[in-house]
Write a protein that binds this ligand. Sequence first.
Ligand SMILES: [Zn+2]
Ligand SMILES: [Zn+2]
Length: 277
Amino acid sequence: MDILQISKYLQYFKGIKLNKDILDQLSEFKKIAVNKGDQEEAKNIWCLEQVYKVINHFLTAYKQLEKKEYYSAWCKLERADIELHFLRRHLDYSGNKYGLEFIENIINQLQKLFPYQVFSSRESTVKKWRCSICNQVISLRNSCGHEIGEIYNGEQCFRIAEDIEFHGIAIVTNPFDKFAVLFPEGKEYNYAMLENLMKNWTNPYDKWELHIVLDLNEEFKGLGRNDPCACNSGEKYKNCCLRTGEDKHEHYKILFLEKDLKNFKRQRKQSFKTWKN
Ligand SMILES: [Zn+2]
Ligand SMILES: [Zn+2]
């Protein structure tokens, strides 16, 4: 395949497994472009490599979800999200080019269905940074001129951390690094929402949407604003649980929008509840 054919292959790919040879082919084409000094071409090829990685991570995550390997799937989705983030500034994929808008949207919704709430976060100071392109040590006074995230000779520029002073580990709920999920001893995460999803999500290219609505808890139904609160606090409802939101729970609904015709009879609304803990 030439580059145009690879681009078309990725654009229309609807299979479950990408052709592995493509990455090798792209890497060969990139060498040729770099040798010719064609920076534009090298960058285009880098973009195609990123597209490949995003699709591949997404499909792997889908397969892992089917096999109930939830943490692995979580990591793959995060990987896909990071690669997409790198790609975004170099490739405009609006109009669902390479199916990337679809994947981006699905990742975002899937992440909300995972039960992970606490993460560990390393607190450290980096004393020395190197440039991944030229290997120079970077300081305030000494910049090599390579810009982080830019593509040089078909490779993305990043900073390599050296000489790291480690301070400790913090437990956070909104981590920079989503891989560092904490698995507290004796506590099992509940994957019911993902399990329910996977009963109906029979093809990775099915379109579905997650709707999160707030539902009133049973004991608050029919309660007036000035009535005593159902939680027995002695306060009026309007000054108590109505204000704090304790009277409601989140209700997750998954709506399948498009399915393959052969799977049509499976099409139905999937709905289940979660409770705030
Ligand atoms: Zn540099
Ligand atoms: Zn109350």
